[in-house]
Write a protein that binds this ligand. Structure first.
Ligand SMILES: [Zn+2]
Length: 480
């Protein structure tokens, strides 16, 4: 096995016992699917031994009578989705267990979480604090991003310790007033990240513009959520995106911009990319499937996310960015609240619950509205949901690709299955989907995480605690 844990004394004894019984790792053959390998789709079988893909080829023979055969006739065999932008735990309706269930039912085999670096703590210590819950609860594999509010906590030494512990990202919120108070420190952190092979993820909205505009809206009697889009203008996203790009350009450090929402901000990143600045861009499903008219309805609270929903032109520009390859990742920014919490009438444009549940339907909706409709190719679909995040987050080629030696994180995908999204089918603790009622074509029928069938035909089969914190390598130019 390629990626076995470091053997402990107990582990060594267990291994010795297993060796004595000469029990081979279980074998599975996925038979007759259209397998997405690098370079395109080909009709092939996939052999999996233990947790790892060992062969992709024609008419593979089973080892013996114990080999499990999975029929994939008429199905795509895709690398499992990798979602680097998920929020779990805290006061939210999903923990690693329910978040995993939603993800696996939606074809995502690696999720993520963010955790704040507390005062007096280092990023590696924030990671250690998160580890017990990940190991106890998760079914999907997990990557973890410490949130840095005080740049002094993220120096070359402490980021070196984080990378040595196997996680290689930090998240910074430009939208928080604490960012503006410490910009010189964040420049030093960005250089430290560059030098230690750690990628900085940035929430790009300008704190001063967002805060003062919201306060003015409230003072003017326009503080209700119906005004959310105007109270949080595109200009705030553009200003912060320009600043983030400039910081990357001045330091040479790569940056990853989370949940980019507007055409104007996209142009800023595209111009930077054309100059050779290492700027990587993520968008999220709400900007690809919903527009700001939702705030005019009876339930604007359901649609609150930061940044807000934008216009139809923005939506079209983001789809084009995916198609052109200037948007590298589509990730959920999954935040699970119940419908009641999202509709809490005490909220306003300054104080509200941002984000929504999306793990279970992101891939099917992207496939349906993107691949089926001809807006993006199947290659792009796999790139932005699996291969690119694997490359950007230090998981490639162990994950993000169907290849010999890679983890058997696989999704059997029925490109023709048409289903309506229904609240009662959702595994998330939020208990509903803002997309309920949508008719979607293209769904996972089976999800495998490291060789184990963890989802099949509507049923979760994996156990809480079977997921792992996925070890990650340091930043390398992904060649995107
Ligand atoms: Zn987020």
């Amino acid at each position: 096995m390629l990626w076995r844990h470091r053997p402990t004394l107990v582990g060594a004894l267990v291994l010795a016992a297993a060796t004595a019984q000469a029990q081979p790792d279980p074998e599975t053959i996925i038979r007759g699917g259209d397998v997405f390998v690098e370079g395109g789709v080909r009709a092939a079988d996939v052999r999996i031994v233990g947790a790892v893909i060992t062969e992709v080829g024609s008419a593979l023979e089973p080892r013996d009578a114990t080999t499990r055969i999975v029929d994939a006739d008429g199905l795509l065999v895709l690398p499992g989705g990798i979602d680097p932008h998920v929020h779990l735990g805290a006061a939210r309706a999903d923990d690693y267990d329910s978040g995993s269930r939603a993800a696996l039912a939606g074809g995502i085999t690696t999720i993520s979480n963010f955790g704040g670096v507390r005062e007096g703590e280092t990023p590696a210590q924030a990671l250690q604090r998160a580890r017990p819950d990940i190991e106890a609860q998760s079914i999907a594999d997990v990557i973890f991003h410490p949130i840095v509010s005080d740049p002094a906590s993220a120096s070359a030494d402490t980021l070196e310790a984080l990378a040595a512990a196997g996680q290689t990202t930090i998240k910074v919120f430009m939208v928080r007033p604490s960012f503006d108070q410490a910009v010189p420190g964040f420049m030093a952190t960005l250089r430290a990240a560059r030098d230690t092979g750690v990628l900085m993820m940035l929430h790009c909205e300008d704190a001063a513009i967002v805060q003062s505009t919201a306060e003015q809206f409230i003072a003017d009697g326009r503080g209700s959520l119906a005004h959310f889009a105007d109270a949080r203008p595109v200009a705030a996203e553009v200003a912060a995106t320009q600043r983030a790009v400039a910081m990357a350009e001045a330091t040479g450090a790569p940056i990853y911009i989370v949940h980019l929402s507007s055409e104007r901000a996209l142009r800023v990143t595209e111009e930077a990319q054309a100059r050779g600045v290492p700027v990587y861009v993520e968008t999220r499903p709400i900007y690809l499937h919903l527009t700001r008219e939702r705030f005019d309805g009876d339930t604007p609270g359901l649609y609150i996310g930061q940044p807000p929903l934008r216009t139809r032109d923005d939506l079209d520009a983001l789809w084009d960015g995916i198609a052109r390859g200037t948007i590298h990742v589509v990730a959920t920014d999954h935040v699970a609240y119940t419908r009641e919490e999202k509709l809490d009438p005490s909220q306003n444009v300054a104080r509200h619950r941002a984000g929504m549940s999306n793990l279970q339907v992101m891939l099917p909706m992207l496939f349906s509205d993107g691949v089926r409709s001809g807006r993006i190719s199947l290659d792009r679909f796999v790139e932005v949901t699996s291969t690119n995040p694997a490359k950007l987050f230090g998981l490639y080629p162990r994950k993000g690709v169907v290849a010999v030696g890679s983890d058997a994180d696989l999704v059997l995908w029925d490109p023709d299955e048409t289903r309506t999204i229904r609240d009662e089918d959702m595994f998330s603790g939020s208990g509903y989907s803002v997309h309920a009622g949508r008719v979607v074509t293209g769904w996972p029928t089976l999800t495998m995480r490291r060789g184990e069938i963890v989802y099949r035909d509507g049923e979760i089969r994996g156990e809480a605690g079977s997921g792992q914190l996925a070890p990650r390598s340091r930043w390398q130019d992904p060649g995107l």
